[in-house]
Design a protein around this ligand. Sequence first.
Ligand code: ATP
Ligand code: FE2
Length: 321
Amino acid sequence: GLVLGLEGTAWNLSAALFGEEPTALHSSPYIPSKGGIHPREAAQHHASVMKDLISRVLTDPERIRAVAFSQGPGLGPSLRTVATAARALSIALGVPLIGVNHCVAHIEIGRWATGFSDPIVLYASGANTQVLGYLNGRYRIFGETLDIGLGNALDKFARYHDLPHPGGPAIESLARSGGYIELPYTVKGMDLAFSGLVSAAQESTAPLEDVCYSLQETAFAMCVEVTERALAHAGKDEVILVGGVGANSRLQEMLRVMCEERGAKFAVPERTYLGDNGAMIAYTGRIMLDHGVTLPLEESQIRPGYRADEVEIVWRPEPGE
Ligand code: ATP
Ligand code: FE2
């Protein structure tokens, strides 16, 4: 049997199946006309492409055993559109509904794609930046951003300079010919903050390449520092990088160097499974179904502030079991 997964917490509506591996992965990104993501526009986009996307994935309805959807965290209007479609599908197909935490799904598809069993996870996307690791039945959040996500910080800086959206790749390529200037570095305990860094970068009069380079070096060094401390504190020896910002080769390189110095292993899932995608929801839904975790319709309301550590990870055996 197959689990159908539906993801649409933010800009990308995506659906896929998972049986033995991800199949039928289809996505439809919403690209903001100007400025950042407008929550209602994103939801309208999701609604307008939903029928087409689902019909592409649903070629074999008899084989679907459950419908999994991203229940949160994310933008309310987008989440509502996805939840409504998932409920309707579950009723129409007569199969259970599964509510998946989006952050947990990034971690699970990351473990699946890298083959790492117990990694420290740097999850760096548009809206989220967290360092997590498994401890006593939960993914604990060791540290996280106190203001905006790393990807949104890069996108904000890029918009300020009229660089194309999303800003991450544009900044990465400009940074290749840049040199170092000092920018504010903010790690508070195990937490991070990016908005002061972005403001300072925007105010800088240095050449744009230098600012891009230094913005990356500073923000990424902050993330690597927290990841390194989580690794030492938790006594683990594997690190994975997930989320859309994980596509950045400089961030990958900095993490790889840190891991080599500590004798830890480092890996990044292939690009398809890094950013938001339906396969991660289908896969996590599959594990949850196999462990009897389904969601009654009356409990299927969206959870815009759903945190990874609220989820009981019943599918991971305790050490020694
Ligand atoms: P989430 O809902 O988990 O916050 P998201 O909606 O932000 O996810 P993702 O696909 O995980 O979606 O991440 C998108 C972000 O990744 C954007 O902010 C984009 O600028 C950033 N990004 C993409 N490629 C790169 C890159 N090469 N370097 C840095 N950032 C990148
Ligand atoms: Fe995401």
